[in-house]
Design a binder for this molecule. Structure first.
Ligand code: HEC
Length: 287
């Protein structure tokens, strides 16, 4: 009797361990601990894909599938984002009507700084993404804001990412209750189920990376924003982070938020933070 229950106990413990392994990293609402989150998040993915090196994860779907990886290597010979990169470079250096440039709005003239975004602005008490900072720069210089989901914004962020390639994500969550709340809100958004299909971001990108949705191979959540913006054949063009987030929300028949809504900014903050140390690989190209 005793032995039997011990066996049962062991079986139950084993099942639980499996469950813990398969479940997304725990969401603890009571205590916000980005450092512990990052560690658990990475461990989850490293355990799930023991053959991959940390820097492999930034290649999204290509890290998940050998055939795709081969296609990608071929594609990188003539990268389809080249056009956007050239355009971005030109736009970036061209002065506004007032003679100032984008570079004047950023540290180090905007070169090699993509890995520091999103940042937390302590004056405003909010998360500032690179896309948002670019539009604010335009408006401060008397230029109209660009659409967050169209080519101009993709080109600018493609160029800025390119000048930062290989630099490790270096996102800071300062010890400020508003920063911790923004981070936690982003994390909650990521794990909350929504839409007619009742999926969370994590359902696809934590529980199912490597699996196929229609013809697409799901990217792992670790390193998922490192390659943004991306060229996608299906879009026949480039897509910003904003475009990708809104598209993912539509895929689960949910109602997307407005690009650069606080929650999207916060979810980008969360995803970037837990990928700290992994290199920027943008702009990317996808099948
Ligand atoms: C129904 C499954 C599904 C859900 C839910 C989902 N996505 Fe996606 N996501 C995809 C697919 C399919 C792609 C394109 C293939 C790929 O790269 O994963 C994608 C791509 C992405 C990419 C680009 C990755 C890359 O390397 O190309 C990002 C970033 C992303 N999703 C973020 C999110 C966020 C944030 C959420 C929650 C708001 C979310 N996704 C919810 C299916 C989903």
């Amino acid at each position: 009797m005793k032995l039997r229950s011990a066996t049962q106990f062991a079986a139950a413990a084993f099942a639980l361990a499996l469950l813990a392994f398969a479940a997304p990293p725990a969401v603890s609402a009571d205590k916000v601990d980005p450092v512990a989150d990052e560690k658990a998040f990475k461990k989850f993915f490293y355990d799930k894909f023991p053959k991959l090196k940390p820097e492999d994860f930034v290649n999204g779907p290509y890290s998940m599938d050998a055939d795709l990886y081969k296609q990608w290597q071929d594609k990188e010979q003539f990268p389809p984002y080249e056009f956007s990169l050239e355009l971005g470079k030109e736009m970036f250096s061209k002065p506004f009507k007032n003679g100032k440039t984008y570079g004047d709005c950023f540290p180090n003239q905007g070169i090699g700084i993509r890995q520091d975004y999103p940042t937390f602005d302590e004056k405003e008490g909010k998360v500032i993404t690179l896309e948002l900072a670019l539009n604010r720069c335009r408006e401060a210089n008397g230029e109209p804001a660009f659409s967050y989901v169209r080519d101009e914004m993709a080109a600018l962020t493609a160029y800025m990412a390119f000048t930062s390639r290989g630099k490790p994500f270096n996102i800071k969550v300062p010890n400020d209750p508003r920063a911790l709340a923004a981070y936690e809100n982003g994390k909650e958004y990521f794990y909350t189920r929504r839409g007619q299909l009742n999926f969370s971001c994590a359902t696809c990108h934590v529980q199912s990376p490597g699996e196929r949705v229609r013809t697409e191979v799901l990217a792992p959540a670790l390193g998922i924003v490192n390659a943004m913006p991306i060229y996608r054949s299906e879009w026949n063009g480039m897509g910003t982070t904003s475009r990708r987030f809104t598209t993912c929300n539509s895929q689960i028949r949910g109602v997307p938020l407005t690009p650069q809504d606080d929650e999207y900014r916060n979810v980008e903050y969360y995803l970037s933070y837990v990928s700290n140390g992994l290199p920027i690989s943008g702009p990317g190209a996808r099948p």
